[in-house]
Design a protein. Structure first.
Length: 175
């Protein structure tokens, strides 16, 4: 379920808890096999085929919970990237999740956790523009320089989020 193929034991636990809650009648060994077989999302045709099967077998509420689970897993390591967001949107479309329902989930998990969204930039801009955007946004939330009527606690949280987003983007660029 991670597009990059990397997942932590916490990601595995989230998936295990989901399967336990929703499919508790499946034996533990079979549940572990399902987890290990499906932690890495493979080629797109497989995703569409799996969604077609899910559409016929799952209730609308279950399909909604699957999308929620995907967002939870994608954002567990702090940020869901554009590729992950796009894949989740595609899966939601295949599962016939309404645009409004998807927007609700995305507001809670998706775009908010994208480091590029935090800095209010696109992924394709230059390093210089990333740094300029960082300076602009960090001033907006700096605890001593903020002009908005944002509480000190919210400003500090947002300030740390902006700093972390910048560090993640720079780390990705330096690779």
């Amino acid at each position: 379920m991670r597009l990059d193929g990397n997942y932590s034991s916490e990601t595995k636990k989230i998936l295990f808890d989901f399967l336990e809650k929703n499919f508790s009648k499946v034996s533990a060994s079979k549940r572990n096999k399902l987890i290990n077989d499906h932690l890495f999302v493979g080629p797109q045709p497989f995703i569409r085929m799996a969604c077609e099967q899910l559409k016929t077998l799952a209730t609308h509420g279950s399909k909604f919970e699957i999308i929620r689970l995907l967002y939870e897993i994608a954002t567990f390591d702090d940020f869901a990237g554009t590729k992950e967001n796009n894949t989740i949107q595609k899966i939601a479309k295949y599962l016939e999740i309404s645009a409004e329902e998807l927007r609700t989930l995305k507001e809670k998990f998706g775009r908010i956790n994208d480091p590029y969204a935090v800095l209010e930039i696109e992924e394709t801009i230059s390093v210089a523009k990333v740094k300029a955007a960082y300076r602009k946004v960090v001033l907006k939330y700096h605890p001593d320089k903020r002009k908005d009527k944002v509480s000190t606690e919210d400003a500090n949280r947002k300030f740390r989020e902006v700093k972390k987003a910048f560090e993640m983007i720079m780390k990705k660029i330096d690779k």
